[in-house]
Design a protein around this ligand. Structure first.
Ligand SMILES: Cc1ncc(COP(=O)(O)O)c(C=O)c1O
Length: 450
């Protein structure tokens, strides 16, 4: 615990104190996490310590608020060198060096990802209910039976469903059922399977080659896929094996049913199976208003990795095989890859809680609505450039570097995602509207003044 949350350093008349603590003792300073406010007309002077990041913002007439990791604070003015009232000790004349650990700024992870939120209440409540008593293990329990029934009902077809701990494993193990080691897997160049899974699809397929394709808006097109497939068809090159689509995409865009149908038709024409990374599938359903079946098997998707985590659950995704032939022996892959939960009911219960109540779609719609609110507020701001038109729960914008520095220093967390200036702002089921508004206000204030 920091000793102080906020300090006021009163310079001119010698009241150099921080919530009553004597600032002359450097050892006290070393223990602090705080923001210093230097006020008084003659007392403010801050200097960056070379090699350290220091941010100075929130200027009022004679206030300097310093959010810093490390700052050299030089005191000037009448207060320096004078005595504290009731003490004989003079203030140090020299400036002092205060390597504070971190400022006491509120760290806000709202927009860093859609997995920074907690669990949705419906999933948490189901988890608690499932905690009572004893139940059969390894998916032989009643919760799992009900969860499978609900997923099947959601897709209006007799599909095979397996629960997996996370999205990387879902994609990688699913692709291993679709591809041999000598296959090629086509995906977008920003796809999670290519850039964010540490080679897991390559490992689990035993060496299938991922072929990333560049396309606008993070969306593949039939022409691109066909061109990539036909680039080489000889035995010296890996055989075209699978197409991996992400819905909604890594840039917050969404494929329409017609686009998926066209892509799947091309894939089938060339003998490819189609896997869909649906870590944010719920957001795509909420965005399009289209039945889940139309975005998947009716359009030609063979297997969907249906996201639970980003939808408000904890450590659970579902692999849904519409092409049941491909699910043959998949249970063994799940077990072999360490993905079979012995206490399966805790994953299954969350699905039951979310699907039975309709929360999965409600929460996804909320996340999308927050992204729309954010986008609408950012759109008129000079210096903010949209990278893609937001359709789901992410907003992707280019921002001036100086603005980003200010926001980061203020404690807003979000990631650079595309190129040097492209940032990802994610919304989730738990994003409050007023946090969106506060972020926009902070961003607006941090834009360079023209
Ligand atoms: C498009 C996409 N797919 C899959 C995942 C799942 O990743 P994880 O393995 O972290 O659950 C993510 C997470 O960021 C994602 O963005």
């Amino acid at each position: 615990m920091p000793l102080f949350n906020k300090g006021h350093l009163h310079g001119p008349k010698g009241r150099l104190a921080l919530l009553g603590k004597d600032l002359r003792d450097r050892s006290v300073l070393l223990a602090l996490n705080f923001v210093i406010t230097v006020d008084g007309p003659e007392s403010k002077s801050t200097r960056r310590q070379p090699g350290h990041r220091a941010f100075t913002g929130a200027h009022e007439s004679n206030q300097v608020e310093i959010n810093i990791c490390c700052v050299h604070l030089a005191l000037t003015g009448n207060g320096v060198g004078r005595r504290l009232p009731n003490t004989k000790t003079p203030w140090p004349r020299a400036s002092f060096y205060a390597p504070w650990v971190m400022p006491d700024i509120i760290q806000d992870f709202t927009f860093a990802s859609d997995n920074t939120a907690g669990m949705a209440p419906e999933a948490l409540a189901a988890l608690t209910t499932a905690n009572a008593g004893h139940a059969p293990s390894y998916g032989k329990d009643e919760w799992t039976r009900r969860a499978l029934e609900l997923v099947t009902g959601l897709f209006e077809t007799d599909c095979e469903v397996f629960f997996i701990f996370n999205g990387t494993a879902a994609n990688a193990v699913a692709l291993s059922a679709l591809c041999q080691s000598y296959h090629r897997i086509f995906c977008h160049e920003y796809s999670h399977v290519d850039v964010d899974e540490c080679g897991a699809p390559e490992l689990f397929t035993g060496g299938a080659k991922i072929i990333p394709l560049a396309a606008p808006d993070c969306k593949l097109t039939p022409t691109l896929v066909e061109r990539a497939v036909l680039k080489r068809t000889d035995v010296h090159h890996p055989k075209a094996g699978a197409l991996s689509l992400t819905q909604s995409t890594e840039w917050g865009t969404v494929y329409s049913p017609a686009e998926i149908r066209a892509l799947c038709a091309t894939a089938k024409q060339h003998g490819l199976t189609v896997q869909m990374d649906g870590a944010r599938f719920a957001n795509a359903v909420a965005a399009t208003g289209v039945p889940p079946a139309d975005l998947t098997w009716r359009a030609g998707v063979d297997v969907l990795c249906l996201g639970g985590t980003k939808n408000g659950m904890n450590t659970t995704e579902a692999v849904v095989f519409f092409n049941r032939e491909l699910a043959r022996d998949f249970a063994y892959r799940v077990k072999q890859s360490g993905q079979l939960a012995s206490k399966q009911r805790f994953a299954s219960a969350q699905w039951v809680g979310m699907l039975e109540s309709g929360a999965w779609l409600r929460h996804a719609a909320h996340a999308n609505a927050m992204a729309r609110r954010l986008a609408a507020a950012l759109r008129p701001l000079p210096g903010v450039k949209f990278i893609a038109e937001p359709a789901a729960n992410g907003v992707f914008v280019e921002l001036p570097a100086a603005t980003v520095e200010v926001l980061w220093a203020q404690g807003w967390h979000f990631h650079r995602f595309i190129g040097n200036h492209g940032y990802r702002l994610m919304c989730s089921w738990a994003t409050p509207a007023d946090t969106v508004d506060r972020f926009v206000a902070a961003l607006r204030a941090a834009l360079p003044q023209s």
